[in-house]
Ligand binder design. Structure first.
Ligand code: ADP
Ligand code: MG
Length: 680
């Protein structure tokens, strides 16, 4: 049995279905059997006909009383079958299913599962699934429901998965070492995989799920610990002098720092002065003022005779940082320079030479900074901004350009502290949990489509007064499977029909970086009134004059992401608005929108996000900068996560490089799942 076997060789999978399966991310037998159900339907407990209630979905076991009739009805065909049990009779109805003719024998018993239609004491069941009484294919058991796309039915996928499970029948290699299985009383892999798809009872499902969640979280924890060991070296870090005072620069700032900023700066200062290497995560909501914290650290490093590097995820952000840094540092004669790709060769060479000679104190740039030919004279501090865009590899690579420099990672995606401690176990954490006092609350409202005209008029009024607006939509191209608005389509419509008198532009992730930077720069320069965009504007660009953000199909975004987007407005003196246009009436959708309207606190929002996030969520956990999980839910599974963390620590303590025979499968799993991801 080969787990990497192409799904096209699985029974029931033809060329068409291969494509559909691929769309779901299923390419191999292994992908197939680890494609876990979203939920389950209990079709195992039959009801008597007289107990059935109008509207409920039930299983009935009944005898066919006549042959199936097949009649024409307004362009469709209708099939009817009379059935009965000991309590009463009923009619089963299908449409356009002429092939059912001859499937039912009078006097034989069948199982049907479907929705009950009860009127005037008569019972009908419309378009149910069914089985012969001795078969348990579509009924008679707990049925898994999978997250699906269009065109592939539950029945089809279920059968394919069943065929896949049949192929591996009990022959999966155990991934967890015996000693762990025994100590934590975890189910073996074969039983777990089988029961997660086809649990006999719900209690089986729980046992199976626990084991699979544990495995997934254990692997993540081991990967994190391995990583930590790989870049935290035994050597001591730089011990910065106590004589250089961060207060010198704090006093030069045009505003008073918040208590939270001061506290965080002190934590960093202490860390820098100690002989321990700094590996610190700075969490703070959008607009909480992380940049000045980075400035203080850079100031200290430079005044102590070292160089500092500040790495931002986009050129425009790097430029923005440079401007802000120069405003403060020019006075101190501290030399800041910019390094981004696309500079002329000559200019770049000259810059690199000066960097090497120590004539540049602070280098600000994009990932161009980590290229091999960039050499520092004595790099003492590395700051990376918006961590989830980089990842550990880059962080390590730039740190290697110095002699064990201190590292500060800044992120604007707040996650609950308990979670942060586990997920960023490799870093110390500082949190700015307070916004500067001058911030105006961003008025947020959630509306349906029918408000579109009013919103557009509101945008026009604001633009007339000189403001600028963002309109964000989720996708770049028209998607055949849904009616989500695409950027280009919306742009065309806005430019020609809705806002013909204004300067409308668009920007999306598939454009070249240079084009994107150009558009953002023009927006900053007020050469554009309304910017239609995807989430590329998510990361910290500061345009204080923009005060409206409209988000189309807001139900499609994670809350943390909505919050990030919203943080683009409300950065200036103007009253700002965030308008969430959403579709759907589901309770979760409404709750999510309400959270956004009720609070501006990124930490509360991220907690709610994890809580309200359904599995199979469109954008997944990547928005948190966390790995995506197949089955674990970080919020629900916090207990298992803690357990997994303890086990991981124990394993790594005893076998730091996972060399023991018993840990080999774990090592393979880590390689399989995480090496790629962590390099993102
Ligand atoms: P973020 O944490 O999102 O990176 P920034 O560092 O860009 O936030 O700060 C956002 C804005 O707030 C900047 O214009 C900055 O100058 C300003 N700012 C930072 N701290 C304070 C403060 N304590 N009081 C007033 N304004 C501040
Ligand atoms: Mg920032």
């Amino acid at each position: 049995m080969d787990l990497n076997k192409d799904v096209k060789y699985i029974k029931g999978v033809g060329p068409n279905r291969v494509k559909l399966l691929n769309k779901l991310g299923i390419f191999t037998l292994k992908d197939l059997i680890t494609y876990y159900p979203r939920t389950y339907e209990d079709r195992s407990k039959p009801k008597k006909l007289y107990e059935c209630v109008d509207g409920e979905e039930v299983l009935i076991e009944v005898i066919a009383c006549n042959r199936l009739t097949d009649a024409w009805l307004k362009g469709k065909t209708m099939q009817k079958l009379q059935v009965r049990d000991e309590t009463m009779s009923a009619t089963i109805i299908w449409f356009n299913q002429s092939y059912l003719k001859g499937k039912f024998e009078i006097g034989n018993k069948y199982r049907f599962y479907g929705k009950i239609n009860k009127k005037f004491g008569k019972i009908e069941m419309i378009s149910p699934v069914f089985d012969n009484i001795e078969k348990k294919q579509n009924t008679g058991r707990i049925i898994p429901i999978y997250p699906l796309t269009y065109q592939l039915s539950q029945n089809t996928l279920r059968k394919i998965i069943e065929a896949g499970l049949h192929e591996i029948e009990g022959n999966l290699k155990e991934t967890l070492p015996d000693y762990i299985l025994e100590e934590y009383k975890l189910q073996d892999i074969n039983k777990a995989v089988k029961s997660i798809h086809f649990p006999k009872e719900f209690k089986d499902f729980n046992i199976a799920r626990n084991r699979l969640v544990f495995e997934e979280l254990l692997i993540m924890q081991l990967a994190l610990l391995e990583l930590k060991n790989s870049y935290i070296k035994e050597e001591k870090g730089i011990k910065y002098s106590k004589d250089v005072k961060m207060s010198d620069i704090i006093n030069k700032l045009p505003f008073t720092l918040t208590k939270a900023q001061l506290r965080v700066i002190e934590e960093i200062d202490n860390n820098m002065e100690s002989e321990n290497n700094m590996n610190r995560l700075l969490q703070g909501d959008v607009g909480s003022g992380k940049t000045v914290v980075a400035m203080c650290a850079a100031y200290k490093a430079v005044k102590c005779g070292y160089q500092a590097a500040i790495m931002a995820p986009t050129a425009i952000l790097a430029i923005q940082h440079l401007e802000n840094f120069k405003k403060i540092f020019d006075e101190f004669n501290i030399r800041c320079e910019l390094l981004i790709s696309g500079m002329t060769k000559k200019k770049k060479e000259e810059l690199l030479q000066r960097l090497k000679n120590g004539e540049i104190d602070i280098l600000i740039g994009t990932h161009a900074i980590i290229e091999d030919n960039v050499e520092f004279k004595n790099l003492g501090l590395v700051v990376t901004d918006e961590q989830h865009r980089f990842g550990v590899k880059q962080r390590t690579k730039i740190a290697e350009k110095g002699q064990n420099p201190d590292v500060l990672v800044m992120t604007a995606t707040p996650i609950p502290r308990t979670l942060a401690l586990i997920l960023y176990g490799d870093l110390d954490i500082s949190i700015i949990d307070e916004l500067p006092p001058n911030r105006k609350k961003i008025d947020t409202l959630a509306v349906k489509k029918n408000m579109t005209d009013r919103i557009n008029n509101f945008i026009k009024e604001q633009v007339k007064e000189g403001r600028q607006a963002y309109i964000v939509c989720p996708l770049v191209e028209e998607n055949e499977e849904s009616d989500l608005k695409s950027v280009e389509e919306l742009y065309e419509k806005s430019r020609t029909e809705v806002f013909p008198e204004y300067r409308v532009e668009y920007i999306h992730g598939k454009m070249k970086q240079k084009e994107k930077d150009e558009i953002m720069q023009r927006f900053k320069n007020k050469e554009i009134d309304i910017l239609i965009s995807t989430t590329v504007i998510e990361v910290g660009v500061d345009v204080p004059n923009s005060n409206i953000m409209v988000i189309e199909n807001a139900e499609r975004f994670g809350l943390a992401q909505l919050h990030q987007l919203r943080g683009r407005v409300g950065r200036g003196e103007y009253k700002s608005y965030c308008i969430l246009k959403y579709e759907g009436n589901g309770e979760t959708v409404r709750k999510r929108m309400k959270v956004m309207c009720d609070t501006n606190d990124g930490f509360i929002i991220s907690e709610k996000d994890l809580e309200l996030r359904g599995s199979g969520d469109f954008f997944g956990t990547m928005q948190h900068g966390l790995p995506e999980f197949k089955i674990a839910n970080l919020f629900e599974d916090m207990k298992i996560l803690q357990m997994a963390q303890n086990v991981a620590i124990k394993i790594i303590n005893e076998d730091p490089k996972l060399e023991k025979q018993e840990n080999q499968e774990l090592k393979n799993l880590i390689k399989d799942k995480f090496t790629k991801r962590i390099e993102i």
